[in-house]
Design a protein around this ligand. Structure first.
Ligand SMILES: [Zn+2]
Ligand SMILES: [Zn+2]
Length: 418
């Protein structure tokens, strides 16, 4: 993005989450969220990886040899700012991407990397944004590393000097206002990890088809202002601004930021709900199974068992929905449990996972009836448009689905079975 990376602004794009009740120092899951490679722009999820033929894997072949898209996303930062991935590892006292990945998977704790205080955590996060967005120089490449100056308006991008700032302004001015919100959201996003966001939501008082946008959704939330107020006045919000190294914004700005992050949090379950409606699949008439294909840590890092419960509030009285996250980059956690062999429990959203390729999952679980065939298959940001290689990677999955499931739309369509 012009004028600066937008690594964390999308809200809950990966990043370890800290749960309520975590003691006063950052625990294992408190690395800065925006450091997550998932949050690099335009990084598509891994689909099914290329696999030659449909034959079973040879025994010596390692399981699920997919391109490591998480790693590719991390390295891709260097194409924009040479050396940046190294700086990030250095700030976290990590030797390699492997260390980083371990931390993300929760296999190593934050304190293993020298992050001992909240202040430290927020500083290190900010440090990874310290490079000149015009000439791409990192602090080490400047005669005086302290000479980097931040855009006063957005506080999101840095310049090595006036010349670069001037040169960048025609482009940056188009995004400066938005980037100010991005800079705020990437700090407030931490409250998703502490559990403050999202606030408890209410059962929908309108039918799903009458909810056309977020304003409709917010209008169904009772005592919304009180709920937002409680987050703004909360312990973690106070802790955040005591350590962020930036002045605390007005409460009204914080409320807006919370609203944006709440919409980001719920966008995945609601997208699935919209998909069910568009394809005429009614959760009130029978239990459903949804497969999320190409799930990576974007969808699964620190995912709680309740994270898709908004579907229950969207379709009160539904017959049960099982969501199976399938992908080689599925992160271990509470949702790493086998798919149900029985129907999803009535009125509940049940999350399960399979770490591996979709067609392997199909062979080992669906064909053997260890998992239910899907009513809906969803891929978030599959990246077909971005990269032909990724499309090729998805091809086995698409062909499998085309051969198995008839497209429910009645008009001639490119996803039809023929
Ligand atoms: Zn510069
Ligand atoms: Zn700016």
């Amino acid at each position: 993005m012009a004028g600066g990376r937008r690594r964390g602004g999308g809200g809950r794009r990966g990043g370890p989450r800290q749960h309520p009740g975590t003691p006063g120092t950052p625990g294992p899951a408190s690395l800065p969220a925006p450091l997550s490679p998932a949050a690099t722009p335009a990084q598509p999820n891994a689909g099914a990886a290329p696999k030659t033929g449909r034959s079973k894997k040879a025994p010596e072949e390692p399981a699920a040899r997919a391109p490591d898209v998480d790693s590719l996303g991390f390295q891709a930062m260097d194409r924009n700012v040479p050396g940046l991935s190294h700086v990030i590892l250095q700030k976290l006292n990590m030797k390699s991407y492997e260390d980083y990945k371990s931390a993300m998977d929760g296999r190593k704790s934050g304190s293993d990397f020298g992050i001992r205080t909240y202040f430290d955590m927020f500083q290190k996060m900010e440090d990874t944004f310290k490079f000149c967005v015009e000439c791409k120089k990192l602090p080490d490449a400047l005669p005086d590393p302290k000479s980097l100056r931040r855009c006063k308006r957005c506080q999101n991008v840095y310049y090595c000097g006036v010349a670069c700032q001037r040169a960048n302004w025609p482009l940056h001015k188009k995004f400066c206002k938005k980037l100010k919100l991005v800079a705020l959201d990437r700090l407030v996003e931490w409250l998703i990890f502490t559990g403050d966001i999202p606030f408890p939501t209410d059962t929908w008082t309108k039918p799903a088809w009458d909810v056309k946008g977020w304003e409709d959704w917010f209008s169904m939330q009772e005592q919304l202002e009180e709920k937002l107020g409680a987050i703004v006045a909360g312990r973690y919000m106070t802790l955040l601004w005591a350590n962020a190294g930036k002045p605390r914004p007005e409460d009204a700005e914080l409320r807006e930021s919370i609203r944006r992050l709440v919409t980001d949090f719920h966008s995945r379950p609601l997208t699935i709900g919209l998909g069910l409606r568009l394809f005429g699949i009614d959760p009130l008439t029978r239990p459903l199974t949804v497969h999320v294909v190409g799930a990576s840590h974007v969808e699964t890092l620190n995912t709680r068992l309740t994270d898709y419960d908004e579907l229950t509030r969207m379709f009160p009285g539904h017959q049960g929905v099982e969501m199976v996250m399938v992908g080689v980059d599925v992160v271990d956690g509470p949702i790493m449990r086998p798919p149900l062999t029985t129907l999803a429990p009535r009125g509940k959203v049940y999350l399960s996972s399979y770490k591996g390729l979709y067609h392997d999952f199909w062979e080992s679980h669906v064909e053997t009836k260890l998992a239910a065939p899907p009513d809906l298959v969803v891929g978030f940001h599959p990246g077909f448009h971005a990269c032909p290689d990724l499309l090729a990677g998805w091809l086995p999955t698409l062909l499998l689905l085309l051969g198995t499931i008839a497209c429910p739309c009645s008009s001639p369509c490119t996803v039809s079975r023929s």
